[in-house]
Design a protein around this ligand. Structure first.
Ligand code: EPU
Length: 418
C-alpha cells in the first residue's frame, strides 16, 4: 500500500502547468476507434485510468505507442469487440467504449463498468440512447451483449444531461445513417473536447456546449493530431489547496472559463483571483469566509467533482456553509476523514452543513474515492501536524504526480510505501 504523508501548515507559492483532463482523455481514447489510421493524442495525462483505456485499446487489437504525454494510436487492425471484466471493473469510463466499439464493429460485449463508489451508477440512459439509435442490447447477468446491424440517425432524448451518455450517443451516432440530434445533452467542457476531436477526424458535430448536439453519421474519417484540454478539476483542486494553506498560485495553462462556479465560490471565501485567457492566479486571504450554499449541478453549475475539495476548504472557514449534492447519491466519502481531523460537519442525505473550526489536526485517514482523496489531501495541507492519506491509488486515477506538483509549490508531501 502507498500513502501520502503530509506535514501541514506550509504556505503554497509558485506556478503549475495543469495536467491534461482525465475526463476528456478517456472518451477521446475511445473515439480513436472511429479512425482507421493513425491518431496522435497530445497532452494525455499519465494516470492509471488512462493506462486502463490504453490497455482496452491494445486488447481490441489497436497499436498503441506512448511517449510521455503523447500517444500514437492506430486502430486499423482492431479485431476484438469485447472488453474483459478485469478492465471494465477498473473504471467507470470503460462504458464509453460501448458506443465507440458499436460504431466501429457493429457489435460489442462487456460487463457493467466499475469506478468510484458514489452510490448507484446505473447505465440505463446509455442503453436507452443506443437503443434509440437502433442497437439491440441484451443483458445476461452482469454482461451486456450489443448488436447493431444498422444504426439510424434520429432524435435521442436524454432524461438527464448525463456526461457519459452524451459521449456514448455521440460516438454511436457517428456510424449511424443520417444525422442524429441529442436533446438535453450534457454541456460539460469535456463534451466540447470530444466534439472538437470528432470534427478533427472528419465527423461533423455541431452544438457541443449547448443542450442540443447534432452529429452527422456515416462520414469517412481520417487521422489527426489532437491535444487534450486542461483538467478543470485538477486546476480547481490546486486552487482550493492554495486557499487552505495561504499563499499564491498561478495556473499557466488554465481555462478560467471552465471553472467559473468554483472561482465565484473562492471569491466569496475571500480569495483574490486574477483571470486572463489561459491563465489564473489565486491569492489566499488570511482568513477564509464561508461560501454560503453550494449546490452541485450539471455544467455550468457547481461541479460535483469540486464539491469535496471545496468542502475541505470550508472546514476552517469563519462560519457555516451548506452543501447540497444533487448529482450523485453518495458523494460524501470524505466526511469521515475530515471529521477525524476535527471538522464539524452535519450530514443528512444530500445535505451537509460545515461549521468552520479554527484548525484541523493531522491524523491517519483513508481516501475512499478519487475526489474524496483530493479533499483529504487539501485538508491535510492546511492542518496542524502530520496526516497520512492511505489508498492513494484512488488519487492516481485522476491526479498526475500530485505529490510532486504540491512539493513544487512548497508543500511537505512524502510518498511512503508499506
Ligand atoms: N445516471 C443514471 N443512469 C445512467 C447514467 C447516469 O442514472 O445511465 C445518473 C448517475 O448515477 C448520476 C448522474 O446520472 O447520478 C450523472 O451521471 P453522469 O452520467 O453525468 O456521470 P458520468 O458520465 O458517470 C462523469 C465523470 C464524473 C463526473 C460526472 C458528472 C467521467 C469519466 N466521469 O461521470 O467524474 O462526476 O460526469 O460531472 O467523465 C471524477 O472524475 O471523479 C468523476 C466521478
Amino acid at each position: 500500500m502507498t500513502e501520502f504523508v503530509i506535514n501541514g501548515g506550509r504556505k503554497l507559492r509558485g506556478s503549475i502547468a495543469v495536467q491534461g483532463s482525465k475526463n476528456s482523455a478517456l472518451p477521446l481514447l475511445a473515439a480513436t476507434l472511429l479512425v482507421c489510421g493513425e491518431v496522435v493524442i497530445e497532452n494525455c495525462p499519465e494516470l492509471s485510468d488512462v493506462d486502463c483505456a490504453l490497455e482496452i485499446l491494445t486488447y481490441l487489437g489497436c497499436t498503441v505507442d506512448r511517449c510521455g504525454h503523447s500517444v500514437a494510436i492506430d486502430c486499423t487492425s482492431m479485431h476484438a469487440h469485447d472488453i474483459p471484466e478485469r478492465l471494465m471493473k477498473r473504471m467507470r469510463s470503460s462504458v464509453v467504449f460501448l458506443g465507440a466499439i458499436l460504431a466501429r464493429a457493429g457489435r460489442a460485449e462487456m460487463t457493467m463498468p466499475g469506478g468510484c463508489m458514489l452510490g448507484p451508477r446505473p447505465i440505463d440512459y446509455h442503453i436507452d440512447a443506443l437503443r434509440a439509435l437502433g442497437a439491440d442490447i441484451d443483458s445476461e447477468g452482469d454482461r451486456l451483449i450489443c448488436r447493431a446491424c444498422r444504426l439510424c440517425g434520429c432524435d435521442v432524448f436524454l432524461p438527464f444531461p448525463s456526461v457519459g451518455t452524451t459521449e456514448n450517443a455521440m460516438l454511436a451516432a457517428s456510424a449511424s445513417r443520417g444525422s442524429t440530434r441529442i436533446m438535453n445533452a450534457a454541456r460539460e467542457p469535456e463534451i466540447q473536447d470530444l466534439a472538437g476531436f470528432m470534427n478533427a477526424i472528419g465527423i461533423p458535430v455541431r452544438g457541443a456546449g449547448t443542450s442540443v448536439i447534432e452529429v452527422e453519421g456515416g462520414i469517412r474519417t481520417h487521422g489527426t493530431h489532437y491535444a487534450v484540454m486542461t483538467d478543470r478539476i485538477a486546476a480547481g483542486t490546486y486552487l482550493c489547496a492554495t486557499a487552505v494553506c495561504g499563499g499564491t498560485v498561478e495556473l499557466t495553462n488554465a481555462r478560467p472559463e471552465h471553472i467559473e462556479a468554483l472561482t465565484g465560490a473562492l471569491r466569496r471565501a475571500g480569495c483574490e483571483i486574477l483571470e486572463k485567457p489561459g491563465y489564473c492566479k489565486l491569492t489566499a486571504p488570511s482568513h477564509i469566509a464561508p461560501v454560503g450554499i453550494v449546490e452541485t449541478r450539471p455544467y455550468p453549475g457547481h461541479a460535483t467533482d469540486m464539491q469535496p475539495p471545496l468542502m475541505a476548504l470550508m472546514c476552517t472557514a469563519a462560519g457555516t456553509s451548506v452543501f447540497i449534492e444533487n448529482i450523485f447519491e453518495s458523494r460524501y466519502n470524505h466526511i469521515v476523514g475530515l471529521r477525524r481531523m476535527g471538522a464539524d460537519i452535519q450530514n443528512e442525505g444530500r445535505f451537509a452543513a460545515i461549521h468552520g473550526v479554527s484548525k484541523l489536526t493531522g491524523c491517519p485517514v483513508t481516501a475512499l474515492d478519487l475526489r474524496a482523496g483530493a479533499a483529504l489531501v487539501t485538508a491535510a495541507l492546511g492542518a496542524y501536524g502530520e496526516t497520512s492519506v492511505s489508498h492513494i491509488e484512488h488519487l492516481e486515477r485522476g491526479y498526475e504526480r500530485m505529490d510532486e506538483v504540491l512539493c513544487g509549490l512548497g508543500a511537505d508531501v512524502i510518498r511512503r510505501e508499506h
